[in-house]
Design a binder for this molecule. Sequence first.
Ligand code: PEP
Length: 268
Amino acid sequence: MRKPVLIGNWKMNGSLQANQALMVRLLPRLRMFRKSMDLAVCPPLPYLFQVRDLLGYTGIALGAQNASAFVSGAYTGEVSATMLQEMGCRYVLVGHSERRTLYGETNQDVAARFRAVMSVGLTPVLCVGESLEEREADQTSTVVANQIQAVIDEVGLSSLAKGVVAYEPVWAIGTGRTATPEQVSMVHQDIRSFVGRNASEASQDISDALRIIYGGSVKPENAFDLFGLADVDGGLIGGASLHSEDFGAIAGALAEASGLLTDECETN
Ligand code: PEP
């Protein structure tokens, strides 16, 4: 059984004061789910230290929003995976659509970043997804397959599965427009079967074990329907992760949809 994952992407939001207030309200809401799912928050880089301390020994992991493909050197503005590991990160997002569209990261750049993150023992969260134009041109499968294939070409299939794949249709991110359960289900199935068709003996096992999460305007109101889909193993949450009540409710929806809302979960 694949363990559900829920990750909050704070994007470029927060302040020392706001982070403290958010975490004080959020941690008690997440506490009961910490054994049944993998939980993480990804603050902006300057706040990693602060949030790491606030997370303490709660079992909720720290993540970062990107990492350089390089180990060190003359790469002004970049941060290496080793540095993130030293700061206590466990997850790193790679290829978020905002990085791809606003900063021109290509499939090959993203694959190199994935490799760098993996090589220091952190878990890369590979974000994939199509734009509205690509969806309307019936290109969704091809675009997503190419994004994943670039990572397979770089690190191999078994290494891909050590990460998490986040399907995030670009047109649904931060727009309030959520993909329908049917649309999500189709792409998640597509990703799993694409990985399963890979010419490696273990591809079916790898595909069965791969965690594929959904992101794009997930809210408490739509989370249960999305997380209840067979091939959806959790969520990458942007805007709603900045609101403790919403993120807590989304974690509850994930636990319920995954059949994990047990007495142990409720009392822990
Ligand atoms: C994201 O930033 O990855 C995301 C899914 O954002 P939102 O939930 O705000 O659409």
